[in-house]
Design a protein. Structure first.
Length: 171
């Protein structure tokens, strides 16, 4: 069944206690962007999914949810990430949204930094790009937004896909 109307993509850049998100329509129109976080004790996956992601899915009704998958996850971060992914898949099923997991193989091959990728994305969507940080400074929170936007553009541009899931089934 073909979808009539514009294709709306919700792209996520996951971290242990937050995620950057971008909503893009037809890969040419940026609708919404931001960072959702949870700084409470306990399981952040519940709060991130139930309060933050659910409201985004309800508001924008995307046809596709694209998530950046990292190949190099430290062992102690692997379990919380898997819990968040499992919750995202369950939530996406309730809203009948397809899910795609993408790796950044192209950027890894070119050995670009996050700031360089963000600068390339900012050429296409002229949003406020944070200043380049010094090695001892912490990463600016908006870099996660640009990472999510890079994933959305990579998917809509037909770049190579590492892993693909459709409504929770991995292939």
């Amino acid at each position: 069944m073909r979808r009539k109307g514009p294709i709306r993509i919700l792209a996520l850049d996951l971290h242990p206690r937050c995620f950057g998100y971008v909503v893009v329509e037809n890969s040419s129109r940026l609708l919404d962007w931001g960072v959702c976080s949870c700084r409470r004790k306990g399981r952040p996956s519940d709060v991130l999914i139930q309060r933050r992601l659910r409201s985004l899915l309800r508001l924008w009704r995307p046809s596709l949810l694209v998530i950046r998958s990292s190949q190099q996850i430290q062992p102690r971060q692997k379990l919380p990430r898997e819990q968040i992914l499992k919750g995202i898949v369950t939530e996406a099923r309730t809203y009948r949204v397809c899910i795609r997991l993408l790796g950044l193989a192209k950027e890894r091959a070119e050995k670009q930094t996050k700031y360089e990728r963000a600068r390339e994305v900012a050429k296409r969507f002229p949003e406020r790009l944070p200043l380049k940080r010094k090695p001892w400074e912490s990463e600016h929170y908006s870099i996660s937004i640009f990472e999510a936007l890079a994933v959305a553009l990579m998917y809509s541009g037909g770049a190579s896909k590492d892993k693909v899931t459709s409504s929770g089934t991995r292939t």
